[in-house]
Ligand binder design. Sequence first.
Ligand code: AMP
Length: 585
Amino acid sequence: MLEKMEILDVEKLIGDFEVMTKDAENVQRETLKMILEENGCAEYLQNMGLNGRTDPESFKACVPLVTHKDLEPYIQRVADGAFSPILTGKPITTISLSSGTTQGKPKFVPFNNELMETTLQIYHTSFAFRNREFPIENGKALQFIYSSKHSKTKGGLFAGTATTNVFRNPQFKKAMTAMQSECCSPDEVIVGPDFHQSLYCHLLCGLIFHEEIQLVSSTFAHSIVLAFRNFEQVWEELCDDIREGVLTSRITFPSVRSAMAKLLKPNPELADLIEKKCSRLSNWYGLIPELFPNVKYIYGIMTGSMEPYLKKLRHYAADVPLISADYGSSEGWIGANINPSLPPESTTYAVLPNIGYFEFIPLKENVEGHMQENGNVSFLSTEPKPVGLTEVKVGEEYEVIITSFAGLYRYRLGDVVKVMGFHNSTPELKFVCRRNLMLTINIDKNTEKDLQLAVEEAAKLIAEEKREVIDFSSNVDVSADPGHYVIFWEISGEVSDEVLKECCNCLDRSFVDAGYVSSRKVNAIGPLELRVVWKGTFHKILDHYLRLGAVVSQFKTPRYVEPTNNKVLQILGDNVAKNYFSTAF
Ligand code: AMP
């Protein structure tokens, strides 16, 4: 059906979504039934004793909750080319590499046509709602998208990042055309083997088509900020290329050069115009609308670990709306942003009840104390008791569990979400953080969100000096007793020692978790340390992940670096310019 569609029928898409979400519970039952019928012959499900039953109750009773580690041996056999159905009824032909930024190595997850279909469904759904409020005209999109290096697994399966698998699928281009969001760059640029060269060419294509650009987008907002930070460095070179109609010799890949040669013609008027626009700007404020006068909005995932980039993005965007893209993962999609006029800080994602079967582990219940027979309260963690999609409660936080059409059953995704309300009978989720990103030394527990809030607070002190935190990360140093938190900052310019000492104290004070504060007061946790790293350090971390096979499109700076992630720790350690210890307690 999608193949025939040239321009999307937005009202019909919204109508279908309304009908489906009014009956979310039944749709979930039906979806589970379909997943189990399609994949019932797979070894994994055969071993669970379902014996053909497809109802949620039997499913929950027979199939255990799992993490990626539990499924790894099965996925490995699929990747090694096992002949029999292992996780899915139909053979898996493609493997996705998830970003794996915390642990330091990408994970394998299955990718199949059904996952591609759900990707398109979520793209179409959010587009329908977005286009109703922010209609775009026929034009082009400046999309900072990149393919990863792809490889073949031992069994001959194609392996690339999930976004690469999506971008390379012919359905993707059709969907972009149907959504009037065709990428202004040629395919050779998107699949180009060197990210730096592709980024330069994306910018150049954007400038060539500057009047046609309707939206600027990327998968995660980080790539947009990275692109325009780069623009600040290379804009004169871009103008030279446009003036002469000759591509800089820095672009070396023949396929990319010849694709760009077809677009690039000498255009001194355009070069002059861009130069004039750039020199008019004050500190690059409003760069995006200045370069692209018809841009309607900026689009990409902007919640969770992307929030720290919003300040810079707003600076470049001025009054162009920022709209967060949908919520999903290499393992499967979860929800669409159907309220695009909300700012990213308030964005929620409405779960699509037919793209997977969803369960939620209530976080409150699992950490609450339980009264024992002897009257004592036990705080031992209890067996997680997930609830169904329509059973979640507004205001509560949950860990997401996915059962997908691509061979994952009751899979703990590791994300924490908060239920903000319901759209008909499907919940609207706010992304909170990754569950396992936890700064902890003894009884303290701080999540990615806590770290982000602390950094935001302390960064206000350098904002007074017109400086910003370009990127940040953390770990715990337990090499001496007591252990302490270490926060790494890359900043945009010089800041005095006095102010940085204050920032360090502010970071320490901003972790308000009771376990942390009480431990700090009795020195069971030592003074927090702020390590300021040289400019470009986080770029080295990005490059390191790219060498491992990650892709910029899916890159998320690791906010917490595991002690086993030696390479990233080494990059950070080798680049410390200054360090400060808190005197806040
Ligand atoms: P990947 O491992 O590269 O597939 O990335 C998937 C992860 O990115 C998810 O599990 C989330 O932690 C994060 N993510 C994806 N979409 C969003 C979103 N809309 N908001 C916040 N975080 C997201």
